[in-house]
Design a protein around this ligand. Structure first.
Ligand code: NI
Length: 228
């Protein structure tokens, strides 16, 4: 499931990030790439240890924490601290699958994060650059994703994906990974669809007694399927 989540950051928050990132100390993006993907990766990235990355990453995490659709779609257990990248001047990232496990070292001891989901939060508006689509391959084919600034795409960590060359302007984004309470993509999708249907039904028939039963089913499935 590809999930487009709108307005994760407000226009003001996007402008703040962009302004801070203009003077950032960008480094070669291969610093976080695995052995195989390093060969395909051509972009710039803020080192994880850069205080600016940590500050803006905290802003992104705080915004995610307030976003109900992100919670419902990802059921996040752990979120890898958001990173920031930039593509310009023909830079691209060829087809690859992200590493299955990443180690979050921000709190001293290395904390493993299984990358059940990958996320890209767009910080450049689509009209600012040409190319730069995030192309995600799933069993239905290839999907090109290029979203408004402040919007996010969530996609399964198992997907092959690439970033098309940026042929004009610059594409700035934040990206990160999520370990979900629910490891299975199928189960996560089922819970998300049930959650949405319950919310829609609540708006239509707020007094329906069946809502209590359906909400119970949701939580009982989540209890059955989650690992903590
Ligand atoms: Ni990737």
């Amino acid at each position: 499931m590809l999930l487009h989540i709108e307005n994760v950051l407000s226009a003001e928050q996007v402008a703040h990030c962009r302004q801070r990132l203009e003077r950032a100390a960008w480094a070669d993006g291969r610093i976080t790439a695995g052995h195989q993907s390093a060969r395909a990766k051509h972009n710039e990235q803020l080192p994880e240890s850069d205080p600016l990355a940590q500050k803006l990453g905290a802003l992104v995490l705080e915004a995610l924490g307030r976003h109900p659709t992100f919670f419902a779609g990802a059921l996040p257990r752990r979120i890898y601290p958001p990173l920031f990248n930039r593509y310009a001047g023909g830079q691209s990232f060829g087809f690859h699958v992200d590493n299955a496990i990443r180690y979050d070292r921000t709190r001293g001891e290395a904390q493993p994060v299984r990358t059940d989901l990958s996320a890209t939060l767009f910080l450049s508006a689509p009209e600012e650059y040409d190319g730069g689509e995030l192309v995600i391959e799933d069993s239905y084919g290839e999907h090109g994703v290029k979203l408004p600034a402040g919007d996010l795409v969530l996609y399964p960590g198992t997907s092959l994906h690439r970033v098309e060359p940026v042929t004009r302007g610059a594409r700035v984004a934040s990206f990160f990974w999520i370990q979900s309470f629910v490891r299975s993509e199928t189960q996560r999708r089922t819970l998300f669809e049930l959650d949405l249907a319950i919310q829609q039904l609540t708006r239509k028939l707020p007094d329906a007694a069946e809502l209590v039963a359906l909400t119970g089913v949701y939580h009982n499935l989540l209890r059955e399927w989650s690992d903590v």
